[in-house]
Design a protein around this ligand. Structure first.
Ligand code: GUN
Ligand code: ZN
Length: 431
């Protein structure tokens, strides 16, 4: 069996740097090594010692580059790749003007396959090794995404987006079709290779109570599936939900009432939460996902990362492509930092890197398997060049510790900072 030994600076985590002192959660080695065999990380530690212990391993010496777990994007929409960075609209107008017309084009399976492959290529080039995606209402759009990911042996989460109201005719299903199509896709894909299925009601405004109830029943029948949706992203959206569900206590209740609140639920955005919603999300152990470039781009608001972490919520980090304005989890970390600053909090680079790897993996219930530079984890690895552009290089040259060396790449880096990517132990050859 071929073994690979990667040498370089290594950064991993053994704790939770948002709820404990970040320094106690970090494992950093300036001359580390990562041994890979059969798609997994099989040893980790001092580079020279690993080299002596494994003379048969093929060496890849990254010098002073930084070896990290691959980035895990906990919420995005692959069908929106073609309309990323579309000008001038806030959420509901943005959906109607740009998003729905483009999603309708994915009725063509060949177009869906092209966009799925394009999205995954872009993600990998940006150092992202797991995507969590909404698809469209078309089951073939789900097949296209899982097929494209399987070709790269990539761990992904995805599901058919379900909508049976407040969407164009050609993007509506029914409660029964949403149930039946999703059930068939679960049978085909959930647990196939590295695929995980997420039952996917888009958000309460585009599902009737019947459809939400049908999807709640489907989740109860398939409890190992994840469930992904949107929650409390923009104030006009929340007002609309109040009109559509007058009996609901709050936005979260429109999911809870229909069996769509649970530990394996992943709620995107979650910006404008009521105290009851925060308490319930914490009580059931659900995850919320911070989508900072999207929250600025669409004008949604300032996510309360530290407050929600302290309340005990699991928090992932995500691009939310194409409401988000970047494919890069580096740019996404930068946006999280900027939103933190607007709330009076300076997130540490260790906290940002943790969110982009371990935090998102935790939100997906895949801790220790992905987003983790540790024994037994999948060898999904991203190698960062901390001097990828002249602007970054002149700044990182002054650094006197790893955090001061890394932070300029978080703030200013893009796909040029991604020196290499490994997925399930296979080098992707992007450099
Ligand atoms: N809410 C419902 N659908 C969407 C979407 O596609 N993107 C974002 N950002 N929010 C949504
Ligand atoms: Zn979204």
């Amino acid at each position: 069996m071929t073994k690979h030994l990667l040498l370089g600076r290594t950064l991993g985590f053994s704790g939770h740097p948002l709820t404990q002192d970040w320094a106690d959660a970090v494992r950093y080695d300036p001359a580390g090594g990562v041994l890979i065999a059969a798609g997994k990380i099989t040893a980790l530690g001092d580079g020279a010692a690993l080299r002596a212990a494994h003379p048969d391993a093929r060496l890849v010496d990254y010098g002073d580059k930084l070896i990290s777990a691959g980035f895990v994007d906990a919420h995005m929409h692959y069908p929106q790749t073609g309309i990323i960075a579309s000008w001038g609209k806030q959420l509901i107008d943005w959906l109607n003007t740009y998003t729905f017309p483009e999603e309708a084009r994915l009725a063509d399976p060949a177009y869906a396959a092209a966009i799925a492959n394009r999205t995954i290529d872009l993600a990998v080039a940006h150092g992202t090794t797991t995507l969590t995606s909404f698809c469209t209402i078309h089951p073939a759009s789900v097949d296209a995404f899982f097929t494209a990911a399987a070709a790269r042996d990539m761990a992904v989460v995805a599901g058919k987006t379900c909508m049976d109201r407040n969407a164009p005719d050609n993007l509506r299903d029914t409660a029964q079709a949403a149930y039946d199509d999703s059930a068939a896709l679960i049978t085909r894909w959930h647990g196939t290779g590295r695929a995980t299925y997420a039952i996917t009601p888009r958000f309460s405004p585009t599902s009737t109570p019947d459809q939400l109830a049908a999807l709640g029943a489907l989740w109860a029948a398939h409890p190992t599936c994840l469930m992904q949706t949107h929650l409390s992203e923009q104030l006009p959206e929340i007002a609309w939900v109040r009109d559509l569900f007058p009996q609901a206590r709050d936005y979260l209740d429109t999911y809870e009432a229909f069996g769509l609140l649970g530990a394996r639920g992943i709620y995107g955005h979650a910006i404008h939460l009521e105290p009851r919603e925060i308490a319930r999300l914490a009580e059931v152990g659900a995850a919320v996902v911070h989508c900072p470039t999207s929250n600025s781009f669409i004008g949604s608001g300032l996510f309360d990362l530290i407050g929600l972490a302290r309340a005990g919520l699991t928090i992932g980090l995500a691009t939310d492509t194409g409401g988000g304005s970047s494919f890069s989890m580096l740019r996404t970390m930068a946006a999280a930092y900027e939103i933190g600053q607007l709330r009076g909090v300076a997130l540490h680079p260790a906290q940002l890197m943790w969110l982009a790897t371990e935090g998102s993996a935790q939100a997906l219930h895949m801790s220790g398997q992905i987003g983790h530079l540790g024994l037994g984890a999948a060898a999904d690895i991203t190698v960062l060049d901390l001097a990828s552009t002249p602007a970054i290089a002149q700044r990182s040259a002054r650094a006197d510790d790893i955090w001061d060396a890394l932070f300029p790449t978080i703030m200013m880096g893009d796909d040029r900072a991604v020196a290499d990517v490994w997925i399930a132990g296979v080098r992707q050859g992007i450099a």
